[in-house]
Write a protein that binds this ligand. Structure first.
Ligand SMILES: [Mn+2]
Length: 309
């Protein structure tokens, strides 16, 4: 389906309900809010389904668009959702139209507009908004949240010329890039900062520094006053060590269980190592659960990784 075809469908329908995915991130929230704003500007009634996890990330983005309890929608749209298993808690409807950028999209919706080569759904929704009502400063901010968060502020490997072109267009339309970058990427809770300090101070360097292991215990979280929300993306921290090929983050669940994230520069196959414990993912990023203590898990991972160099 093309953008123009999607716009025709949107113009023919009304009373939209836009659905974000479980554990909503900046892309699903920013893109949905932008679509909602644009539909309203085009004269439609539109709201976001009240995802119970909206409060966990970027609550200020979704808040103005959340549907009241008595709202009766006639047309359902999903944004940034690859599969119906990612419906938020409490949502059991069918989706009329899906906007997505995940190559793994399972085509669960009646109609799907999929741009699998784009960094974020924000890039897709931006083109839609341009045709529906044009970009203005308010929608540009929302789309900037989407595109910047899915690319780690234009740092991850999914950032392309198209991404930077989209970001440029958003800035010309009035997106407050410096202001948003400060809020989104350069501000952390005090607990998060303390936790990062504890993590960096306790990194273990093995195999001539090629392997870096971080063990994150419940005690460390307690000392930092950190909650689950303060732990987002901690698996990215040990890999920042100079000379690291492989980084392991082991998070304690209890004395006999832990969660392991493995990141690799490609020399060690992270997927192969995690499969030993029934986990998996990609060659450069994988995860698994191990029914052992953190210390035992650290030893096992170190042994397996050593064999791969
Ligand atoms: Mn996304």
């Amino acid at each position: 389906m093309t953008i123009s075809e999607a716009v025709i469908i949107l113009r023919e329908n009304d009373r939209f309900m836009i659905v974000t995915h479980i554990r909503p991130d900046g892309d699903t929230i920013g893109s949905s809010a932008a679509l909602c704003y644009a539909l309203r500007k085009a004269g439609k009634t539109a709201y976001l389904y009240n995802n119970p996890q909206f409060g966990d990330s970027y609550p200020w983005v979704a808040e103005p668009y959340i549907a009241p309890e008595d709202y009766e929608p006639a047309f359902f749209i999903s944004v940034d959702m690859a599969d119906a298993s990612l419906f938020p808690q409490g949502f059991e409807g069918n989706i009329d139209l899906c906007f997505d950028h995940h190559p793994s999209n399972s085509f669960y919706a009646k109609n799907t507009l999929l741009w699998a080569d784009r960094s974020s759904c924000g890039e897709v929704i931006m083109e839609l908004v341009k045709e529906l009502c044009g970009l203005d400063a308010e929608v540009a901010d929302l789309l900037y949240v989407a595109v910047s968060t899915d690319t780690g502020c234009f740092v991850y490997g999914n950032t392309t010329g198209d991404t930077l072109k989209a970001a440029s267009e958003l800035c010309f339309a009035g997106a407050r890039n410096a202001y948003l970058n400060k809020i989104l990427f350069r501000t952390s809770s005090k607990a998060r900062l303390k936790l990062e300090g504890l993590i960096f101070a306790s990194l273990r360097y093995l195999h001539d520094g090629k392997t870096v292991i971080s063990v994150v215990t419940k005690k460390m979280l307690e000392n930092a006053g950190a909650t689950e929300l303060d732990c987002q993306d901690i698996a990215a921290l040990p890999g920042r060590a100079e000379g690291a090929f492989t980084s392991v983050t082991i998070k304690e669940i209890d004395e006999a269980h832990c969660k392991v994230s493995l990141r690799s520069n490609g020399i060690v196959d992270a997927n192969k190592v995690c499969k030993v414990f029934g986990g998996g993912g990609h060659k450069m990023a994988s995860g698994c659960s191990i029914d052992k203590s953190c210390e035992e898990a650290a030893e096992l991972m170190a042994e397996l990784i050593a064999k791969e160099y």
